[in-house]
Design a protein around this ligand. Structure first.
Ligand code: ADP
Length: 321
């Protein structure tokens, strides 16, 4: 914040001194005009104000005023544009710094909790007299934690590759309907929350594209719908084809997204609210990945408000069967 305050002080100083120097220039121009006029008046006997000398002097005086005002205006406009650009880029940099700080905070948190529970499970497994059933539960939970870490790192890696434009999209014919059903079934089987997921998935919808990228789009949208929903979440998923387009949508009745945040949420690391006050886990990479993949296939994302509350994410992809 300190450099920004210094910058503002500098801007005010430059503007004030600019106005002061302009005023001084205009004033001295006026004084010169007055002195010259007096000098000429003394040496002219006839009606001075109708003389050629006076008219020439007056024209020169007006020209100078025009020049000072004109050049001053150009300088002022350039100054405003320059300061505006510096201010904008500072804000952008500041925003990115803040998001990166948030990301570091959230990723450490995200890594810490599964690691802590895996550590605890391993320590418990070392103990004698554990029943086979207990061992099974501990192993299953640890495996879930490892999978969570895997997904987390996969997302981070994917986002990094998109950012560096180094991700190599592989083309294969994907059964979109089966893939979606698969992700959905897996999600339902591990979910312990009270979530009501309904779906309308048209069969035999194919898409020629990158399996990992498309899976990531589906997973991120579904996970967000669950994460940002209330206790009795109702989620509706649909997949269909219309007019040569594949339409995949995820609707939830969760917290919804305020209008002013609708553009921001697709930015890298961006999470609504403050990291310290946020309770829901996340890194702010999910929707960035979704947008990158959809853009790559020349698709579109529509983000609508659900009725009475919640959000609807609609992905429209050109058919690539
Ligand atoms: P993450 O979920 O890891 O924070 P995302 O990029 O997936 O990151 O989402 C960015 C932000 O958008 C989230 O932090 C959340 O505030 C908001 N968001 C995403 N999906 C939803 C949703 N279905 N309902 C409400 N808010 C959402």
């Amino acid at each position: 914040m300190r450099p920004l305050i210094i910058f503002y002080i500098l801007v005010v100083y430059v503007f004030l001194s600019f106005l002061w120097w302009s005023y001084l220039l205009l004033d001295s121009n006026k004084e010169i005009f007055k002195y010259k006029q007096e000098l000429q008046q003394q040496s002219t006997s006839e009606n001075y104000y109708e003389s050629e000398d006076f008219l020439q002097l007056k024209t020169k005086y007006n020209k100078r005023i025009g020049m000072i005002v004109g050049e001053g205006a150009v300088f002022l406009v350039l100054l405003i544009i320059g300061f505006g650009m510096v201010h904008k880029s500072y804000r952008k940099e500041d925003f990115l710094n803040q998001q990166q700080k948030n990301f570091l905070l959230s990723i450490t948190h995200e890594l810490k909790s599964p690691l802590a529970s895996i550590k605890l499970a391993l320590e418990t497994l070392k103990k004698p007299n554990l029943t086979a059933e207990n061992k099974k539960v501990l192993l299953a939970n640890s495996l879930e934690d490892v999978k969570r870490l895997d997904v987390l790192l996969e997302n981070a890696l994917l986002a990094l590759r998109f950012e560096q434009k180094s991700y190599q999209y592989v083309n294969e014919k994907i059964d979109f309907s089966a893939l979606l059903q698969n992700v959905l079934d897996k999600m339902k089987s591990v979910s312990t929350d009270n979530i009501n997921i309904k779906s309308s998935i048209d069969t035999d919808i194919y898409f020629t594209g990158d399996r990992q990228a498309i899976t990531s789009v589906i997973t991120n949208l579904l996970e967000n719908a669950v994460k940002y929903s209330f206790d009795n979440a109702k989620i509706f998923i649909s997949l269909s084809q219309h007019d040569g387009k594949t339409i995949f949508s995820v609707a939830d009745n969760g917290s919804g997204i305020p209008i002013k945040e609708k553009e921001n949420i697709f930015k890298r690391f961006y999470r609504i609210g403050d990291e310290s006050t946020r309770k829901v886990k996340g890194t702010g990479l999910g929707l960035y990945i979704v947008e990158q993949v959809v853009k790559n296939y020349n698709g579109k994302i529509n983000l609508k408000d659900n009725d009475p509350n919640g959000s609807i994410f609609e992905i429209i992809l050109p058919s690539r069967a």
